[in-house]
Ligand binder design. Structure first.
Ligand code: ANZ
Ligand code: ZN
Length: 820
């Protein structure tokens, strides 16, 4: 019997002691020739410990890394913890523990769990974001952003989570709710630190095309950046020396602009107050709407509300007509100019609003006859496509595309490119994060002095004074008054001005956790460098990251921020590349017995239990066998047994047949060759399940004729299996006299001459009864077999379809049994 606990412990300790998974970063004359940086998204150590989905991702990344290592690459597979942040702090609050203490405990638990899954981590480079050695450099990056003009302060309505009692970046508000706690997010006027990510919008967008990344993520980033081409056009206000600029993507419809709408936050209202006849009503409306969550304001189907500025008229610059001006919350302050020209005949929102407030609807674009254009709500007169201009003076008859720029020119407007992306809000009024390393001096501010001309009074903490350590604060609970708990710690915030030495005050907000994780991949290969954030030579050699794997839910958060920070650091002269991750693949999610795993359902799989019962090799292989890595899969205990039995057979064959012959039969080499080819290709596209099927078939063949198996062939089999089942293969390999670790061996190569497709007869059963037999290729994936079975005429004749099937049991090389 294979005693997994004993075997795992033995090898884990030996691997660590021999340092077999530590790459050669830079030893004199011994630098790595073929570096390969294989990275899994930074885990945050939740108190519940490792999630089984996380285990699947980690071991999936490891399988890939191990194959690369066998192919002669010097693989770096680092590990660390993204432990700062609201999530950990909220948990600490909930259980009444201090985050510093809680962090140490969950770190221990996490590293214990990450230890037993059998990954080839480079433990010597482990790092944690709450370690001052790490956040010293997070702070340094902040100061560099400031020095290079990419960090600034601004007062504006910001997302405010009333439960977390802190501001949130736009990216952290998901469907109007806080990404961390699910509470509906409101707005608050606060002065905050921002990073100018919008300066990089075009580059962030332009590079997307060149990235070898999962499509879902590329699309999400493109949409988030949201580039719109249009025009900025000014509308004059009657009897005032004032104008209101609007951003429009449809300047061709200008003649149809029958009213204007301002966002409730629009500055100009103050200047018009003396002429506004219904000022009371207007102010009430502004008060009522300005702090409403954005999502709520623009929600589709939501009844549009607004109030007219009575006594105010704007002039449509195209036809000089006087038009009314409204304030309505469907126009947002943070986009374009915060004001629009409303064209109810051609814009859905304006159409709804105009109907409600009985405003004129003037059609100015007529659809082309027979053209493939969308006409929605045709009878009511709303048309959102392009066409031929009507009711537009000298532009009548012109094609709307052409008219866009002709009309813009005619009214003295200008072309404008607008992005939906907004600047990254970086400050948090919380405790558990890296203090923002800035100092404010009132004396300097009064004289207009400061490190940056446009930010009097502000100084970055000099590098030699970093890190600004997060002090131990007993009452770390967020105050809810828009100030961080650090604001009440005098010994922390009292300091001296770096320039004039007067009494000055430290910034007391901490930075967003996403800043911690926006650069960690730069630190890993240089994790033990005390002098610099990263070593230039090592970075040149090891970055960008060759393979990055993680969740698609981070598309517009972590993945966008990391790209931005990398670009900025390149511009500052610290890096010579601007895209951090050459290849990115999003992993799938797993369910349990068909249902989403959740604590409330009580169906969360605890990896501890399963790894202890079945062993790491079985669990790794089972998780890899579930489904192609990029797809989700369903975790079922019944499936684990199949893999467990397979490994037991490997174990007994390896132990019974220690003296194998020198030469393999030709036929065996054929299958071997095919398996090598198939496994290699499958691993490259992360179809581990197919590779495992191929190995299962190979074992069937091996068991059939043990006499025909050569020692070499058996070793090749073990090598192919080793990335999936690192412990059992190492143990068997050492059992036949190998001194060197199997994990440092080269991958077997195949001889394409010997590859000839072979078929076998797949038996298709329904509830154990044979219903059909179909010839299929010898090496075939589970998904392919399922498809073949379901499309068999005989199975179809029984009225069996996918939805009726409870389970499918697949025995590679033999049969598939549909359980209904
Ligand atoms: C007139 C018009 C006529 C418009 C028409 C559209 C259709 P995207 O594509 O997202 O960039 N808009 C501009 N600023 C806005 C704001 N702050 N809040 C709400 N809506 C705003 O959308 C650009 C269009 O959204 C602009 O073009 C403007 O309406 C509106 F037949 O101008 B349009
Ligand atoms: Zn000063």
């Amino acid at each position: 019997m294979f005693d997994h606990k004993k075997v795992e412990k033995k090898w884990r300790e030996k691997w660590l002691k021999d340092g077999i998974y530590e790459p050669k970063f830079k030893f004199a004359g011994k630098e790595s020739k073929k570096p390969f940086y294989s990275l899994m998204m930074f885990p945050y150590p939740s108190a519940e410990g490792l999630h089984i989905g996380g285990v699947r991702t980690f071991t999936g990344v490891d399988i890939y890394s191990r194959f690369k290592r066998m192919m002669g690459f010097d693989v770096f597979e680092p590990i660390g913890l993204d432990g700062f942040g609201i999530h950990s702090e909220n948990y600490a609050l909930k259980v009444g523990k201090h985050p510093m203490k809680h962090a140490k405990e969950s770190e221990k638990n996490f590293y214990r769990q990450l230890g037993y899954i059998g990954n080839s981590f480079a433990w010597k480079e482990a790092l944690e974001t709450y370690d001052p050695d790490y956040y010293k450099w997070t702070q340094w990056i902040f100061t560099e952003m400031f020095r290079n003009g990419l960090a600034y302060r601004k007062k504006q309505p910001v997302n405010w989570c009333p439960s977390c009692k802190t501001v949130l970046a736009d990216e952290q508000v998901i469907n109007g709710k806080c990404e961390r706690c699910g509470t509906v997010v409101g707005k608050r006027d606060l002065e905050q630190w921002f990073f100018k990510i919008t300066d990089y919008a075009e580059r962030l967008l332009g590079n997307i095309e060149k990235l070898d990344w999962s499509d879902v993520v590329r699309i999400a980033q493109r949409n988030w950046i949201g580039k719109s081409e249009g025009a900025e056009i000014e509308f004059r206000i009657k009897n005032y020396e004032l104008g209101i600029k609007v951003f429009t993507t449809r300047p061709d419809t200008l003649f149809g602009a029958t009213y204007m709408v301002l966002a409730p936050e629009h500055e100009i209202v103050k200047n018009l107050e003396s002429s506004i006849k219904n000022l009371g009503e207007v102010n009430d409306y502004i008060k009522k709407t300005r702090n409403k969550p954005e999502e709520e304001r623009i929600a589709e189907g939501k009844e549009k509300t607004g109030v007219e500025l009575k006594g105010i008229k704007a002039i449509n610059p195209a036809n000089k007509k006087e038009i009314p001006v409204f304030i309505a919350d469907y126009v947002l302050a943070g986009y374009g100019t915060g004001a629009i020209m409303a064209v109810p005949a051609h814009d859905e929102r304006d159409f709804e609003f105009a109907k409600r407030y009985k405003l004129p609807i003037v059609e100015v674009v007529s659809p082309l006859i027979n053209a493939d254009k969308k006409r929605i709500n045709a009878d009511a007169g709303l048309y959102i496509g392009g066409g031929i201009l009507i009711n537009s003076g000298q532009f009548n008859g012109m094609d709307s595309e052409k008219a866009k720029w002709e009309i813009t020119k005619f009214v003295g407007g200008k072309k404008k490119i607008q992005y939906h992306l907004r600047d990254w809000l970086i400050s948090r009024q919380r405790y558990w994060g890296a203090p923002i390393p800035m100092i404010y001096c009132e004396v300097c501010a009064a004289k207009g002095k400061g490190e940056k001309e446009n930010m009097p009074g502000w100084y970055a903490v000099p590098e030699k004074q970093l890190p600004v350590k997060l002090p131990f604060v007993k009452n770390f609970r967020p105050q809810g008054d828009g100030r961080s708990p650090l604001a009440s710690v005098k010994s922390f915030h009292e300091t001296k001005c770096p320039r004039c030495k007067s009494k000055a005050r430290r910034e007391t907000d901490v930075s967003d956790t996403f800043l911690d994780s926006a650069w960690y991949f730069l630190r890993y290969p240089s994790a033990n460098n005390k002098k610099r954030a990263w070593d230039t030579d090592i970075t040149k050699k090891w970055l960008p990251v060759a393979s990055y794997i993680g969740g698609a839910e981070h598309s517009v958060l972590h993945l966008l921020y990391s790209r931005f920070v990398t670009m900025a650091l390149k511009d500052f002269g610290y890096l010579d590349f601007e895209e951090p991750f050459s290849r990115f693949r999003a992993h799938g999610l797993i369910t349990k017995d068909g249902a989403k795993m959740s604590k409330s359902k009580g169906n969360v799989v605890n990896p501890d239990e399963y790894f202890s019962k079945f062993g790491a090799d079985t669990m790794r292989m089972y998780l890899a066998f579930l489904a192609p890595f990029e797809q989700g899969g369903d975790f079922r205990e019944s499936g684990i047994m199949g893999v467990s039995r397979f490994l037991a057979r490997v174990w007994s064959f390896g132990n019974l047949n220690k003296k194998l012959q020198k030469n393999a039969s030709r036929q065996m080499s054929g299958i071997m060759n095919k398996t090598i080819k198939r496994a290699g290709e499958s691993v490259d596209n992360l179809h581990y399940n197919t590779a495992i099927s191929a190995l299962m078939i190979l074992l069937n063949e091996i068991e059939k004729k043990p006499d025909g198996i050569s020692a070499l062939l058996w070793e090749d089999f073990l090598k192919l299996l080793s990335p999936f089942a690192p412990f059992i293969t190492e143990d068997l390999c050492s059992g036949i006299g190998h001194k060197k670790s199997i994990h440092l061996e080269k991958c077997p190569t195949y001889d394409s001459e010997l590859i000839k497709e072979e078929d076998f007869e797949l038996v298709i059963q329904v509830n154990g009864k044979v219903r059909d037999r179909i010839k299929v290729p010898a090496v075939i994936s589970r998904a392919e077999v399922e498809e073949i079975a379901l499309s068999s005429e005989k199975i179809k004749a029984l009225g069996i379809e996918k939805s009726k099937i409870k389970n499918m049991i697949f025995v590679p090389g033999k049969l598939i049994n549909l359980v209904i």
